[in-house]
Ligand binder design. Sequence first.
Ligand code: AHG
Ligand code: MN
Ligand code: MN
Length: 330
Amino acid sequence: MLEHPTLSQFVLDQEAKAGGSGQFTDILLDIGVVGKAISYEMNRAGISDILGEAGVENASGDVVQKLDVRSNEMFIKYLSKTEHFCALASEEEEGIVALESGKNSDYVIAFDPLDGSSNIDYNVSVGTIFSIHKRLSKPGRPGTIKDFLQPGKDQVAAGYIIYGSSTMLVYSTGQGVHGFTLDQGIGEWMLSHPNITIPKACDIYSANEAYTRTWDEVSQRFLEEFKHGNDKATSRHIGSLVADLHRNMLKGGLYFRPYDDHKKKSAKLRLNYELKPLAYIINQAGGYATTGLDNILEIIPEDLHQKLPMIAGNAYIVQEYETIFKASNS
Ligand code: AHG
Ligand code: MN
Ligand code: MN
């Protein structure tokens, strides 16, 4: 049973090789603790009256589920106590949570506590996404909003937890992507997927095709050509971003969520909580993520809850889309 390294063993070892202080090990273990607590509550959701809607909307105008609220509370409560962050930002909170307790810490964390809300009640995979930056503000005080308005390429760590047929934590600190499976029996994250890289073949696409009618012509045509230009093309769409990207990263594939309207103004996914961390992971696994116009990792967020499109997966196919999309917009 113990033939795989645990998360703490692995991260400590990686940090030692990189000459770090050990602080990152603590941070990842903190996230791992919250992930275990969410996983536990999720598994009991049907019998503990925490399924269904909470009856409110969040900063992005989404209907909030009870488990969104619970997961958000667990993250904020637990991370506030650790002194490892000088500020937090959550998809479910209007503004940042500045932390006096972590005023001497160098780090801020942004998170989507529960991704894939609409799938929660139906036993479909959902996730948690996190993005960590070094603060720009001066230490000795809580962090500020400017600590969060940094481009994805400056993240010092990012990752996600997927609550699926098993629960996995996947992260990168810029030294590859590593996946850990939660051993529910002993409550430990065990290294199961070291050095994840996207396989070469890109036969799968993940898109909410019901929206095709709302897409710009270039995006519509690109997906049609993807489908018809490859005999092996097939589709898998879960509707939980974490699950769709996780699948595509392990199997090779294209995640496709362009602008939701012909005028290329409206988008669903959030730059700080979803796009930046997932683009970082995809990039570290050898892939690429774009809005069509920009490399997601290069974008400086304009505000906390900014929304943009994401086309992500095998680098060559995503770059091909970006070239065509950019040309049509020049
Ligand atoms: P969240 O549950 O955090 O609000 O995110 C939902 C996101 C993403 O997970 C998913 O892929 C997408 O919204 C689904 O949106 P549509 O139902 O509009 O396709
Ligand atoms: Mn989400
Ligand atoms: Mn969410």
